[in-house]
Design a protein around this ligand. Structure first.
Ligand code: NCD
Length: 362
């Protein structure tokens, strides 16, 4: 287990004070970027993107370049030795020996944690399947800090694909740690947040409710977090098409919203926000994307200080012949990975993907 480096796999591996320091540093980099132009001189960041990306990849790259560092990596695994059948462990081991920080995006849940197990440098999770996206959450938190001036006492509506949207999962996990936030979860029945997120909200004592109408919910929100329906995560095209155009933010709906509403979206947008909304000063998603670069600069600096060695797995066993049954968990494809489970409120969950263990199939 790699214990010498600080990784960012899940924001909740760190205390809220740590996130706040990253956010504050992000805000001061945003105000005085010229002070940091040499901060990472001589350092190399590798970006391994096994899934498509525009903002996350390029904001990480520009963040490192603006800190005076350099970048290597791939954005299409098929042009790397992954296409020859190389496993995640070997790719990570080698690339991390060339670099000081490794940013990974992968279609399987738990992939960043798996990579961190063998990496010889810090690893950042830039999205692991439909699971988590902690650096998007740092982006969202910096945006709220800058634009709303607070991270607590907010009524936040999250709308769209709450089942597969990893940005939603990470954001709910984070905002539920600040006091007095309340959530309105706006989705179809099919795309409700996963059970473990509902459990987490219940356990943390947060006020939340599930809704199916954006129109009805928008009126008393402080923040509206729109999301794209995650086409690539559906089992069939027909299931995707049934969900595709259900929610659409229009200028008409914006008329019902508070004057100080903040509309956020991790982007890319497909059709869920009409382009006419872009002119509304409450539409903050392009600013949000820019804050993402500053907060990633702050994160790189923080992790390279290396003051918090990571604890990745507890090594807990799955008793009574149980195993991780999630076909989209990294342990389903990278078979050499050590299984590891933890007890979460009486449920045994896989430590890579957070899904509940199932009886071992006979
Ligand atoms: C998000 C992602 O990749 O999860 N994009 C991003 O990183 N800004 C959201 C999405 O793809 O819908």
């Amino acid at each position: 287990m790699s214990n010498e480096y600080s990784h960012l796999i899940d924001l909740n591996d760190y205390p809220v004070e740590w996130w706040n320091k990253v956010i504050t540093l992000g805000a001061s980099i945003c105000a005085h970027p010229q002070r940091y132009v040499q901060a990472c001189a001589g350092k190399i960041m590798a970006t391994l993107f096994y899934e498509p990306s525009t903002r996350t990849q390029m904001s990480f790259q520009s963040a490192m370049i603006r800190l005076g560092g350099s970048i290597i990596g791939f954005d299409n695994p098929m042009t790397s030795s992954v296409s020859k059948g190389e496993n995640l462990k070997d790719t990570t081991k080698v690339v991390s020996s060339y670099s000081d920080i490794l940013v990974i995006r992968h279609p399987y849940a738990g992939a960043a944690k798996a990579a961190a197990l063998t990496a010889d440098c810090s690893v950042i999770n830039a999205g692991d399947g439909g699971h988590l996206h902690p650096t998007q959450t740092l982006t969202d938190l910096l945006t709220l800090h800058m634009e709303k001036g607070r991270l607590s006492g907010l009524k936040v509506g999250l709308c769209g694909d709450l089942l597969y949207g990893r940005t939603v999962h990470s954001l709910l996990k984070a905002l539920s740690c600040y006091p007095d936030n309340e959530f309105v979860l706006i989705s179809t029945r099919e795309l409700r947040v996963p059970h473990y997120i509902i459990q987490m909200l219940t356990d943390s004592g947060c006020k939340f409710r599930e809704e199916t109408s954006l129109e009805d919910a928008i009126g008393d929100l402080d923040v509206l977090y729109m999301t794209r329906i995650q086409r690539e995560r559906f089992a069939s095209q027909a299931e995707y098409l049934a969900q595709k155009d259900v929610f659409r933010l229009t200028p008409d709906k914006m008329l019902r919203a508070k004057p100080a509403l903040a509309v956020l979206h991790p982007l890319p947008r497909v059709d869920e926000i009409e382009m006419a909304v872009d002119k509304d000063e409450r539409a903050l998603y392009f600013k949000q994307a820019k804050y993402g670069m500053y907060v990633r600069m702050a994160l790189i600096l923080r992790l390279l200080e290396c003051e918090t060695p990571a604890k990745l797995l507890t090594g807990g066993k799955a008793e009574n012949g149980r195993c991780c049954g999630n076909p989209k968990c990294i342990t389903a494809t990278e078979r050499y990975l050590p299984a590891s489970f933890r007890n979460a409120g009486g449920r045994l969950v896989c430590e890579y993907c957070d899904e509940e263990a199932i009886p071992y199939p006979n």
